[in-house]
Ligand binder design. Structure first.
Ligand code: F6P
Length: 324
């Protein structure tokens, strides 16, 4: 293997740049030429290839977003598109790729490699959602939790001045990891997740109990965007009909959570995964996602990483109301 490519795909996440930097510099360390592919799979089809140097990744470790940009690519979902992608990669002499992204990215890589096994893909988990099996954390997750926590802290400042019932929506279309962790970290009264049933009657009871316990102070409810009822706005409307002791306010944190400078933990983990991805390619591996479980590097086949969704910890979930 002489030439490898690296790209980011799907939803961008803080820490992707640290990972790109690690892939480029580790590749160079192993005597490989590393080609940056701009805009994910679309970039392969458009031949957006550029040889990267150690210098081209200088000063990016602290930056959110991704210098290689990201895109959704409909054409790559077709056999014709993938055939063209193969031709372009072969013509560019690229026979190994580090793909930084989430389940969509790895699904694409898996299908492609079954058709064209001589191009080796290794994945680095890049998504703020933390919804991949085979790693304790994905690139972007730690920063997103911290961003959400800081935003909730700020809402708590105003909540301490004037009592209200706050519903704060955080990201997580299919999973509630950001919601659960940010709720614990910010000391919210309760949380709603896609993994649990939303029972308005029970929620109202919890809010009432907390309201009594807190002697009329503000209540904070964290809502994952993929929660059963359709998010914070809908839940707030329903609860407001039953609980009238406090005025209700809704905040949707949205894409704020996808940006920002990555935390120290994020930078270290993203760098580690990038280094390991290149090592795996050099060792002739393919079709696996690099993960870190209990501080050890783990290789998980794409198919498993995508399909085996991780479960929410009941212990953490229980903690929220005990500690509220
Ligand atoms: O990156 C994953 C995610 O943050 C989801 O939680 C969210 O639903 C989605 O991205 C929104 O991304 P976009 O607006 O780019 O489709």
């Amino acid at each position: 293997m002489k030439r490898i490519g690296v790209f980011t795909s799907g939803g961008d996440a803080p820490g992707m740049n640290a990972c790109i930097r690690a892939v480029v510099r580790t590749g160079i360390h192993h005597g490989l030429e590393v080609v940056g592919i701009t805009k994910g799979y679309q970039g392969i089809l458009d031949k957006n290839f550029k040889v990267m140097t150690s210098h081209s990744v200088s000063g990016i470790i602290q930056k959110g977003g991704t210098i290689l940009k990201s895109a959704r690519c409909v054409e790559f979902r077709t056999k014709k598109g993938r055939k063209q992608a193969y031709k372009n990669l072969k013509a560019a002499g690229i026979d190994g790729i580090v793909a930084i992204g989430g389940d969509g990215t790895f699904t694409g890589a898996d299908v492609f490699m079954k058709e064209f096994p001589d191009i080796k893909f290794i994945g680095c988990p890049g998504t703020i959602d933390n919804d991949l099996y085979g790693t304790d954390f994905t690139i972007g997750y730690d920063t997103a939790i911290n961003t959400a926590m800081e935003a909730i802290d700020k809402i708590k400042d105003t909540a301490s001045a004037d009592a209200r019932l706050f519903f704060i929506e955080v990201m997580g279309r299919d999973v509630g990891f950001i919601a659960l962790r940010s709720a614990i970290a910010a000391g919210a009264e309760t949380v709603l997740l896609p993994e649990t049933k939303t029972d308005i009657k029970q929620l109202t009871k919890t809010i009432e109990a907390q309201y009594k316990k807190k002697e009329g102070s503000s209540i904070i409810v964290i809502v994952a965007e993929g929660e059963e009822m359709g998010g914070a706005v809908k839940v707030a409307k329903k609860v407001a009909k039953k609980f009238t002791a406090l005025p209700t306010r809704v905040t949707i944190l949205g894409h704020v959570q996808r940006g920002g400078s990555p935390t120290a933990a994020e930078r270290v983990n993203a760098s580690w995964m990038g280094v390991e991805a290149v090592r795996a390619l050099v060792a002739g591996k393919k079709g696996i996602m690099i993960g870190v479980v209990n501080n050890e590097v783990v290789h998980t086949p794409f198919e498993k990483a995508i399909k085996h969704n991780r479960e929410i910890s009941p212990t953490l979930l229980d903690m929220i109301e005990i500690l509220a």
